[in-house]
Design a protein around this ligand. Sequence first.
Ligand SMILES: Nc1nc2c(ncn2[C@@H]2O[C@H](COP(=O)(O)OP(=O)(O)OP(=O)(O)O)[C@@H](O)[C@H]2O)c(=O)[nH]1
Ligand SMILES: [Mg+2]
Length: 634
Amino acid sequence: MSRHVVVGTAGHIDHGKTSLVKALTGIDTDRLPEEKARGITIDLGFAFLEEPDGLTIEIVDVPGHERFVRNMLAGVGGIDLAMLVIAADEGVMPQTREHLAICSLLHIRTGLVALTKTDLVEPDWLELVKDDVASLVADTFLAGAPILPVSAKTGAGLPELRAAIGALARAVPERAADQLPRLPIDRVFTVKGFGTVITGTLMTGRITVDDRVEVYPRGVQAKIRGLQTHGQPVAEARAGQRTAMNLQGIERAAITRGDVVGPPGALIPSLLVDGTLELLEDAPRPLKTRDRIRFHVGTSEIMARVLLVDRAQLEPGERTFARFRLEAPLVALPGDRFVVRSYSPIVTIGGGTLLDIDPPRFKRKAPALLAHLTLLAEGAPADVVEEHVRQVGVAGIRLGVLSGRVPYGPERLRGLLAELEAGDRVLAVERDWFLHHDSDDRLRGQIRTALEQFHRANPLKPGMSREELRGRAGAADERIFAHVLARLAAEGVVRTERDKVRLASHEVHLSADQRRVVDQVESDFLRAEAAPPSPEEALSRAGIHGDEEHELFQLLVEGKRLVRIKESLFFHAHALDSIQDKLVALLRERKEIGPGDIKDLLGISRKYAIPLLEYFDGRRVTMRVGERRVLRGP
Ligand SMILES: Nc1nc2c(ncn2[C@@H]2O[C@H](COP(=O)(O)OP(=O)(O)OP(=O)(O)O)[C@@H](O)[C@H]2O)c(=O)[nH]1
Ligand SMILES: [Mg+2]
């Protein structure tokens, strides 16, 4: 079985990292002419070792120079184990400490110390340095790790070093292959005849030639034309592999280090993220809310302002929750570790774990935000997913968005959602759209209350307009509203008729007086047949002042007793039926008629005749041919 484990070097400038990598692998990782000229490493270098059992040890060689810590950070973001290189003649130096702190902050779990240049020191001295190093790492992930004396010059200790790296690498737990493929880009270049090539360590998942990917945060899509690892073309790359990707359909200029390759639409570039934040014991000063800092995650470095959630100032050695307002979009997932460096002087001061990407708009100091972040930090995966679904409220959340806000792969996430559905904590509005049970309850409550209020205020109206109701129910999304309403209807709580909604329990109750008015208006229209009164006339004859908007008149309209032909012209439904019968009979006889004929037929004026003819045209009973009408065929 082939496995890939990424080892990163770390350590002070000139302590022999690059020489050691070359002695181990035969690869000179200092490629740049400037690196050759100055004899220092400026940018990341890459090498590898193949073990007979199928294990590939990927090596990222980082610069030790204080000015290139940002490059170092881009390199160690994706490593599994650290090789802290310390020159025996110089011992522990500032970047020895800073690199060690960075690896600790990134939660690198394992590693070793290579005490190099042993050819330059006496054995007694070597022992002293060893003790020094042991106490340096005592409280870190390297506590008790092997400290191996080596020399890149004489080759002493190299076989032991290689064996120790191999042993540690074999113990590194396998990377998650079921998660979305994610590759933070560390280099971009063009290759003649191929176009744009990017490289990076595939953090999770797997990718295949011909896959479509998106380069975040720019949101440009591309196709993977080819993949290489260590200069060899491969069909597939897997988590932990150093990968070169030839992207089709994207310009080199559109990509920079720090961008991330992932599946289209899967990641959420965000200007706001929440996380835990710990300040190093030896941070030079406290960190205050609003301080400008450098935020490093994956291969990216972004300027940000820190907003402490529960205090104004964080002291060295303390930890808390913090919000980061970024000056450019960040692409990461919760669970990712990050490193924070102060703006000036540029030194590593702390780091933490991302908890929420593009978080809901809490007030920064609200206790609700603390509760939310505590849950994200400590909750079981199902509780974390539930919390996200709860927080979006009645808007619901789509699977695609949710997957960019949790660190679980697609299959795991579906499983967790199924678990929440089964437990009645979350419900699926559509296949990939989820609503929290509480939000559903809230929406149902709002709908019922709005209907109750409406019926109380309008006892004669048979129902409330659907749109108005949706507005009263917090203007919920149309499909969510429809879903909730449909369930209320299925449960027999509400009835919907066309665009009117009412509580199933609602009935129109008329007083004797109201009943008399309604009956009188109706019989007025019935009697008038083809020459009906205006609503005002009919109402005033029944002793009421009002127009067609009057609720008693509307009762007849909504009950379909009266039919609106145009504007304020209403006919009784029975009258319309009998007019239609007469009209059809006449047309059968004459084949075609003019407006004059219908006036004669019904004994009415033009005022009624024209709207009636237009109404029957509209009902597809008749058809207009010039100024005349014919029957429309069946
Ligand atoms: N005598 C001796 N010299 C060494 C050994 N390893 C490295 N050197 C020398 O130390 C100098 C620095 O070595 P590099 O390997 O470039 O150091 P580095 O840690 O990669 O330096 P940066 O990448 O710039 O941080 C070079 O001149 C090397 O020849 C060693 O084991 N013995
Ligand atoms: Mg170097």
